[in-house]
Ligand binder design. Structure first.
Ligand SMILES: NC(=O)c1ccc[n+]([C@@H]2O[C@H](COP(=O)([O-])OP(=O)(O)OC[C@H]3O[C@@H](n4cnc5c(N)ncnc54)[C@H](O)[C@@H]3O)[C@@H](O)[C@H]2O)c1
Length: 383
């Protein structure tokens, strides 16, 4: 068995996503499993080069996980011949210039979403990467969640007949930071620092809708900043300048209407932090992060509207659980493995910078729709 080491820069490894999902749950998990096996018997071994701004934090993370390759000098890391992949989980605003440097250094690039702050910049990165002949990928983790995988299975099996509509609820209460610390970084609530729920969530909604139901052709969005004052990590009050809720309708290719609410100012009365209800002519499903429940046409009850009587049916109990039927691994890890196979073995990988640019475009047009109070068509993007 041959072992093929591949040097990967992990930039932003001290952050929430960089540390937990990408370093620990994906790259270190691949190493813990002995590397990533390829079809030809080769094992891919990620050699990690941790990059960040704080020496103290990097050293501490490296020591905790028995790693010894880290630096605060991104240019020096990019200049190394033994590094083939640049990965970016920095705050969004720092991403574009780092990716540009990585393209110039000839590295393959994998990155957190959103790819860039606006569509023009995202497309420009996609074109530059193509011209440089480097491979690209953008995180689209929700596609690999067990709940959505089961939903995809239902779609592929024709369970719904004709899909009519999708309604999604995403969100939870993000504490203001005064009497309890906030559970998300404060930059998320400042537009000037790249924050906002539209910029954060619409890239996800784009790939979920496009991959499962059809490309988004138009968006109508209303946004709000429900909590205008928050307190940051250092205990300083600040003005929340970014949207913390978005109420949007997406019109999809083929006629499906998707209505998705996203909010950091909502208290959860659901079974999971995100849930999508899909209604079709033959059946309906409700999918969350992990679970997926269905109700077929043949077993659909016939409620009759009568506010004078108490509810007689337990509606939730009328749905059946879709079985797992397989082991679902961490979604971030599954996508990392696909990207590594793409780089090392040339396997196909469709979640590239152009796909990422489409997510950025939907966020940009969603904000435009909210600003101008109108429905906005979403033009096809190409390189
Ligand atoms: N795929 C997902 O589900 C998902 C979820 C949350 C966030 N994200 C994305 O991941 C990225 C990081 O988000 P996070 O929640 O981990 O943020 P975070 O604030 O926890 O981490 C940000 C990282 O960027 C680094 N950084 C570099 N330059 C910086 C600067 N000038 N100011 C502040 N930090 C700087 C920080 O040191 C840290 O390592 C964002 O682009 C976000 O959109 C993706």
């Amino acid at each position: 068995m041959t072992r093929r080491s591949i040097g990967i820069i992990v930039n932003g490894v001290t952050g929430r996503m960089g540390y937990r999902q990408h370093l620990v749950r994906s790259l270190l998990a691949i190493r813990d499993a002995g590397g990533l096996p390829l079809a030809d018997g080769t094992t891919v071994w990620p050699h990690l080069v941790l990059v960040g701004r704080s020496e103290t934090k990097l050293r501490e993370i490296a020591q905790r996980h028995g790693l010894d390759d880290w630096t605060t000098d991104l240019s020096a890391a990019l200049a190394r011949d033994d590094v083939e992949i640049y990965f970016d989980a920095q705050v969004t605003q720092q991403r574009e210039k780092a990716i540009r440097a990585a393209i110039e250094a000839g590295k393959h690039i994998y990155t957190e979403k959103p790819l860039a702050e606006d569509t023009a910049a995202a497309l420009d990165l996609a074109r530059a990467a193509r011209a440089a002949g480097v491979r690209t990928g953008v995180v689209q983790d929700k596609l690999f969640l067990p709940g959505l995988r089961k939903l995809k299975r239902l779609l592929d099996g024709g369970f719904f007949g004709e899909v009519l509509s999708v309604r999604g609820e995403f969100g939870y209460w993000v504490f203001e930071g005064d009497w309890q610390p906030a559970q998300r970084p404060s930059w998320n609530y400042r537009a000037e620092d790249g924050g906002g729920i539209v910029v954060d969530m619409f890239p996800h909604w784009h790939y979920v809708l496009a991959e499962l139901f059809g490309e988004v052709r138009a968006v109508s969005a209303t946004t709000a900043t429900h909590v205008p004052r928050r307190v940051d990590e250092a205990g300083r009050p600040y003005q929340a300048t970014a949207d913390d809720a978005a109420y949007a309708v997406f019109e999809l290719d083929g006629g499906v209407i998707a209505q998705l609410n996203s909010s950091w100012a909502v208290r959860v009365f659901r079974d999971e932090l995100v849930e999508f209800q899909v209604d079709g002519t033959e059946g309906s499903a409700v999918a969350g992060l992990r679970r997926c429940r269905v109700q077929h046409r043949a077993v659909t009850p016939k409620p009759v509207w009568n506010p004078d009587l108490p509810v007689t049916e337990d509606f939730r109990s009328q749905w059946s659980e879709v079985p797992d039927n397989e082991d679902f691994d961490n979604g971030f890890k599954v996508q990392w493995e696909a990207f590594l196979r793409h780089v090392v073995a040339g396997e196909s990988f469709r979640w590239d910078f152009l796909a990422g640019a489409r997510g950025v475009q939907l966020a940009e047009l969603g904000l435009l729709s909210a600003r101008e109070g109108r429905r906005v068509e979403v033009p096809e993007l190409s390189l």
